[in-house]
Design a protein around this ligand. Sequence first.
Ligand SMILES: [Zn+2]
Length: 290
Amino acid sequence: MTRKFRSSDLSATRRGATLPRMDAETSSSRSISTHLRGALNTCRGAWAHAARLALDIALPTLCVACREPVAGEGVCATCWAKLSFIAQPYCPRLGIPFVYDPGPGLLSMEAIADPPAYARARAAVRYDDVARTLVHALKYQDRTDLAPAMGRWMARAGRELLGEADALVPVPLHWRRGWSRRYNQSGALARIIERQSGVKVTTEALRRVRPTQQQIGLSRSQRASNVQGAFKVEASRQSEIQGRRVILIDDVLTSGATVDACARALLRAKAASVDVLVFARVVDTHKAPI
Ligand SMILES: [Zn+2]
């Protein structure tokens, strides 16, 4: 979909360049203007289509991880094979993969020692090299074309949670960061999951009421205090949360401090339950899972 961006960029340029001239030429007659405008719209559609076809041939998409040409979307077969999709058996609470199946209902040490505010977390993949490349491209390089594949993998990983949910809530950015980055990557993923599952996205209820430092490089306790009190459900929006089974959507789960702070805010607004669905989660491979 790098292609899609390029073709839409081109058609936007074309639109900007052509419309004013047409308006000037046909300003004398309203009916002729309307007629021409219709014809122009048709041409524009055909032109955009032709441009897209031409670009499909001229510019192969590159794998986002290794930059090799790729047919289709996102990552090439080699990089796809390197993604570690998380499957059963895993901790029913935290979604941390187990190395062997301990039997139904057994929780991970982490879930017992430090239970989070949210009920369950699920992730599509482990946060390793290829996953990190995908997350960074979506977050910082405007590669919104990656969201459909990533969102579909998330919808599959979260099928059990989505079957019981009433609302999807993307982890919000502070408005200042949203402004500079233009869009919220968690919101983009939530929109894809909405399309896959039919569970509606609620974007306005949960707010980041103060900017927070980047969590990168902070210790576990620093992460928790960094996001404490950072999220809030506005009283006027409480009806969108109260009594509802909510799934928080984020790109990466590291210490879980951010989603935990969000879950607390949603539970204060009387959400019936809060689960978490992320694209990638950090899995500590040094610690035995149980
Ligand atoms: Zn690749």
